[in-house]
Every structure is written in C-alpha cells, then in structure tokens.
Ligand binder design. Structure first.
Ligand SMILES: Nc1ncnc2c1ncn2[C@@H]1O[C@H](COP(=O)(O)OP(=O)(O)OP(=O)(O)O)[C@@H](O)[C@H]1O
Length: 338
C-alpha cells in the first residue's frame, strides 16, 4: 500500500471506508476501499477465485476493480475513482431530471447489469449510493463484494438496503435470482423522477407495508409462490388497493410508468430481465420534434382533451411506422398531457 497516498476519506460504508488516493508511481487518482474487519487468510474471508473473476469484469458501466491487496490483516480494494454517487446527485437536485437525463442514466445502468448478469453475477445491493457518476457516466460499484465479505453462508442472510429490497428477500425466499436487481432498478427509476424513494420503509414490516401501499396487496393470481414463502404464513398482508403510479410519479411518461410497473412486479418471474428492459419503449422514444400535422389529425388534436388516451399496449409502439408517428406527434411523454 506504500504505492498509494491517501488524499481524503470519501465514503463510509457498512463494510469499509473509501478514500480518494493517488498512485505515487503513476499519479493516477484511485479510490481505496479499506475493509472494516480484519482478515487473517485469503481463504477465510474471501474467495480469491471470485475476486480474480471480478477483476476480469471489464465494462464501461462497471467500476473497475484494479487491485486487491492484504497488508497487516487489512484488506484493500483499489478501484477506478469516480466523482460522486447517484444519491448525492439526487440529493443536490432542486429541479427534477428531464426524462432524457433519466433515460441516459438508466441505459448505462442496465447495460452494466446485462453484462454482469450474463457473466453469472448479480449485485444484490443496488441503490443510488452504489451507482457512481463522473461527467454523466454512470458505473455500478460495490458489485459482488458485499456477498463475499459481509456475510457468511448461507447467503440468504445477506441484507441489502431496505428501500430497494425485493419482496421475495423481505419474505425470506430461500434463493434469489438476478430479478432482485431488477426490482431495485424499478425503485431507482421511480426515484430519479420524484427525487425521493418509492418505498421508504422504516422497518422490514413497514417496508412491506410501503410496497403494498403502492402496488396493492399481492394475491395468488399476482404471485402464487409468494404466498408460500417462509415469512408469508406468519405475515399479515395489509389489504390495500393499488395506487395509480401516475399519481405518485406525475412527471413520468406512460412508457416510464409502464417500465417501473413491470420492474416492480411482486412476482420476480414477471420482472423483465436487464436485457428485456433495454428493449422497452421507454428507451425507444425518439426526440420529440414537432412536425406539421395533416388537416384531419391537426383539427382533432386541437379539440380540448381530444387527444386519444394512449392506453395502448406500449410494447406495440415503434413496430409500425404509423405508431411511431403517432407517438412523436402526440408526445406521450407526460401523463398530465394525456
Ligand atoms: N470507486 C469509487 N470512486 C469514488 N467514490 C467511491 C468509489 N467507491 C465507493 N465510493 C464512495 O464510497 C461510498 C461507500 O462505498 P461502498 O458502497 O463500496 O462501501 P460499502 O461498505 O460496501 O457500503 P455499503 O455496503 O454500506 O453500501 C460510496 O457510496 C461512494 O460514495
């Protein structure tokens, strides 16, 4: 570690303290994460094989792990340095992000996730603090490490940040899939619109309550397996009807609301994969360019509230060139417009 000189502390996480530092040989600025607990053997605390795999992961939207070193029973991860995290970016915003800005963030996060999931890893603790930002570039951080160093087997004990925790984790399912990351992505997408968390539970029970208060109480038709999860039997589901998402996130387009709804499905099998999410019409909305409209459609559009309600299957948009024109002409990018 004598190659690195610490500049200042930049993060204090559950597992480690993060420092901005520079490599005195190359002058490169890096982030050094010093794990809080002591380590006595590599094998005791971490699967070296997995760390090596992590070092191999190379994607523009995943923070690069450059080096792992152990010194005096202390474990250090050396990462590429990023300017700030998405939590800080959200907190410092006084005005909402535009949908275009949100789309750019989400595209990058999902591209990183596709790569990660295709390589057999899933994050399990996606949250704005773990999405690092430099000049509009977003990178997923802290991936995979938490499981190795924070918990001991069985890994189902692992506790991710409550607000972004999928219901199957809250209900103590015995195994998780990458769809827990997709739930978190849905919650983060909603938060990018409103600048406040969608499910800000104060306890685990309150977390489930907050989810029910938005999605409505799940039942067998919505999530058959969920009814049999260990905690479900002892857990009194709150009987609450679903809210209209557009009331909660009024500045989101229909496409965005549809994507959030799909990502935050009670049933993990109904959530789109990262790859499928990237195919969602939310990412296909072209820049809205006003264009001269033909007489008939023009006069119709000028009638008060005469615009067709776009309660169509959003997946159909873009398939036909006419659909696309309709989308562009009507600019269905804000529910309040419809
Ligand atoms: N590569 C980096 N560049 C700049 N800042 C970083 C970097 N990695 C981490 N940080 C900062 O340090 C904070 C904590 O880092 P990290 O999430 O890796 O620690 P942690 O102990 O795993 O935290 P937790 O488990 O509580 O999420 C991040 O939210 C971020 O602000």
């Amino acid at each position: 570690m004598e190659r690195y000189k610490v500049i200042r502390e930049i993060g204090d996480g559950t597992c480690g303290n993060v420092f901005r530092a520079y490599n005195i040989e190359t002058n490169e600025i890096v982030a050094v994460k010093k794990m809080k607990r002591k380590f006595y053997h590599w094998e005791e605390c971490i699967s070296l094989r997995e760390v090596k795999a992590l070092q191999k992961l190379n994607h523009p939207n995943i923070v690069q792990l450059k080096e792992v070193t152990m010194e005096n029973h202390e474990l250090f991860f050396i990462f590429e340095h990023m300017d700030c995290n998405l939590y800080d970016v959200i907190r410092e915003r006084s005005a909402p992000f535009s949908e275009e800005e949100i789309r750019k963030f989400m595209l990058q996060i999902l591209q990183g996730l596709v790569y990660m999931h295709n390589n057999g890893y899933f994050h399990r603790d996606l949250k704005p603090e773990n999405l690092l930002v430099t000049n509009g570039i977003v990178k997923i951080a802290d991936f995979g490490l938490a499981r190795e160093v924070c918990s001991s087997p069985p890994y189902t004990d692992y506790v991710s940040t409550r607000w972004y925790r999928a219901p199957e984790v809250l209900l103590q399912a015995s195994a998780y899939t990458p769809s827990i990351d997709m739930w978190a992505i849905g919650a983060i997408l909603a938060e990018l619109f409103t600048l406040s968390p969608l499910f800000p539970g104060e306890t685990e029970t309150d977390q489930l309550y907050k989810i029910c208060a938005v999605l409505g109480t799940p039942d067998h038709s919505l999530w058959p397996e969920g009814m049999n999860l260990p905690r479900s039997s002892s857990f009194q589901f709150f009987q609450i009807p679903p809210r209209n998402l557009w009331e909660l996130i009024p500045n989101a387009s229909l496409e965005a609301l549809d994507l959030i709804k799909q990502l935050c499905s009670w049933d993990p099998r109904r959530r789109p994969t990262a790859e499928q999410a990237l195919q969602h019409p939310f990412f296909n909305v072209r820049k809205w360019v006003p264009r001269p409209l033909q007489d008939a459609s023009y006069s119709k559009m000028n009638e008060p509230r005469a615009t067709p309600r776009l309660e169509l299957d959003l997946w159909c948009f873009g398939k036909e060139s006419d659909d696309l024109d309709l989308t562009l002409s009507l600019k269905p990018s804000s529910v309040s417009d419809v």
